[in-house]
Ligand binder design. Sequence first.
Ligand code: NAP
Ligand code: GDD
Length: 339
Amino acid sequence: MTRRALVTGITGQDGAYLARFLLEKGYDVVGGSRASSGRNLWRLEALGIEREVRIVDLELLDSSNIVSVIEHEQPAEIYNLAAQSVVSSSFRLPVLTGEADALGAARILEAIRKIDRSIRFYQASSSEMFGDAPESPQSETTPFRPRSPYGVAKLYAHWMTVNSRNADGLFACSGIVFNHESPLRGLEFVTRKITHGLASIALGRGDAVELGNLDATRDWGFAADYVEAVWRMMQAERSDDYVLATGQSHSVRSFCEAAAEAVGFRLVWRGSGTDEVALDTKTGRTVVRINKEYYRANERISLVGDATKAQRELGWQPRMSFADLVRMMAEEDLRRLRR
Ligand code: NAP
Ligand code: GDD
């Protein structure tokens, strides 16, 4: 019989890649999307799968809606990817972020407990839960010290997942996932902001890209690699938690340099602090400048993951390199903008 998966957050970056992956595995994919946001299907369209997934109204803030979707669809697996996922917005929207990212997961787990305890559950947890971590790289045994309302909300959902497994015997797993990017990434995140911004300038449109902390570092992988690990977690004999990461960290500055090269610029940095800018050596044009607005309060700079457990137990490791990822994103932005 065809296995049915319910993917919350189907309209997001990971939702689209996971849906494509599950379809390729022969799943019947039901995608949850909140009616209130007007159903933005561009990512599913970009992957050519918008007609292959069935979209249902699913709002994380509404328990009765969650219960009726699960009762009606009877999925074998639920992947909870939906979230208010923008860390910087969570400082302005701490309560909404908690409602969606913390209580949203709890509502789904409660529904599973009441409707069908055999449903498998995946929670999209985050490296933001580590926050001010006492060690680097971070693994499954690193203590959590979140530094953003988003990280705090995700940590609640993570512990609810662990508790549902340990105390209630549900199959509930959590991916403690480091940053993963793609051409389907939202423009609010720094990587796509850079590739889209620099591609626009290269095509003669748009002004310098305004960024915050250039020396912030992240462990950036490719989203399509990560959804495979998520699926593998859900097929394991027993549920557990896994860090998913590349193990390599790069700065926002080096992301800018690699993206600039991919669109035909060569960067030179001038000035310091908030006066620092990046010029293209060929044209002398300023292509990156600093805007204090994008500095993040409370940020710990170095987050880098140790995914040894996922490699050992799930046989997973990310395939795409940092250089290939940046080039792919920049080239895809150039292509889209030319169209
Ligand atoms: P994304 O592109 O921002 O997608 C988020 C999805 O959640 C969208 O489909 C959005 O729907 C939906 N959503 C937001 N609020 C909702 C609500 N109240 N009810 C129902 N749906 C709601 O995020 P992503 O990058 O794909 O990430 C997927 C998940 O992994 C998120 O939980 C994120 O926090 C987590 N995560 C991501 C990364 C990463 O680097 N990408 C790393 C660690 C963890 P609309 O289209 O209606 O806005
Ligand atoms: N967004 C943004 N915009 N970030 C900037 C900018 C800017 O102009 N300038 C510098 N940064 C720095 C941020 O301070 C941060 O250190 C880094 O770039 C990455 O920021 P984001 O791309 O916004 O990602 P994030 O790490 O905060 O959050 C993403 O990854 C998390 C996993 O660690 C999101 O996908 C979260 O949902 C996810 O959990």
